[in-house]
Design a protein around this ligand. Structure first.
Ligand code: BTN
Length: 225
């Protein structure tokens, strides 16, 4: 990955820069120094100061819609592997050992029928500095952005093409979600329970007061007990 890349100064969002790079090949990377309109999952804003790694990676390797569900989990595994610290909160935030957020992943895909035409995986990782309440990798270990980027692209290349069973077991080995009491916000509302496991599609299975629940997409808050 990163054989074709664009390194830009200030942009709105690297996700949009990648979308408008119409002939970008599979594995292309758009990296920006700063974003004025960085987006996060579920309509949030991604705030970063200088000193973060913010980039988008293009995937055009003909994935099916069914394969798409595990991509975010694979990206979380890749982040944890490359950074070598912390753990993954479902589906893919990398948290420092004290629970502060180090990195997040945003997947945006252009889907036609059952086929994924272009998937743009956006990653924001606080390396040298972090916004208030978040953590920077350099607080935890020596980290140069160029080295972290190289390691992360290698790790993404490995995990985004790994067999589903390997991704799931690697995720289980690196997560900080299972066994925890969680509050999950979904489009349907809030669910409270204990995170039990993932199913084969990467959905989160919860034990709730009303029985078990399956969450395919949502935002997890770890409840401290
Ligand atoms: C999240 O934690 O909700 C996801 C954050 C994703 C941020 C990255 S930074 C590079 C890429 N461009 C964006 O606008 N967002 C992603």
């Amino acid at each position: 990955f990163g054989g074709a890349y664009r390194y830009l100064g200030t942009v709105g969002s690297t996700q949009d820069e990648m979308r408008s790079w119409s002939d970008a090949p599979h594995g292309a990377v758009v990296l920006a120094e700063r974003q004025t309109g960085g987006r996060g999952r579920r309509g949030r804003i991604w705030h970063s100061r200088g000193g973060a790694l913010t980039f988008s990676l293009l995937l055009t390797d003909g994935r099916s819609l069914a394969d798409l569900a595990l991509l975010p989990l694979a990206a979380g595994v890749a982040l944890q592997d490359a950074c070598g610290v912390g753990g993954v909160k479902w589906p893919n935030d990398l948290l420092a050992p004290d629970g502060r957020k180090l990195a997040g992943v945003l997947l945006e895909a252009d889907v036609r029928g059952e086929e994924v035409r272009r998937a743009v995986l956006g990653i924001g990782l606080n390396v040298q500095e972090a916004p208030p309440g978040a953590a920077a990798l350099s607080e935890l270990r020596p980290a140069r952005r160029v080295d972290v980027l190289r390691d992360l692209l290698d790790s993404l290349e490995r995990w985004l093409t790994a067999p589903p069973a390997e991704v799931l077991s690697a995720w289980r080995a690196r997560n900080v979600t299972l066994g925890r009491e969680v509050r999950v916000t979904t489009l349907q509302g809030e669910v409270h329970g204990v995170a039990r496991d993932l199913d084969d599609d990467g959905a989160l299975l919860l034990d709730t007061a009303g029985g078990s629940a399956r969450i395919a997409s949502g935002d997890v808050e770890l409840v401290s007990t």
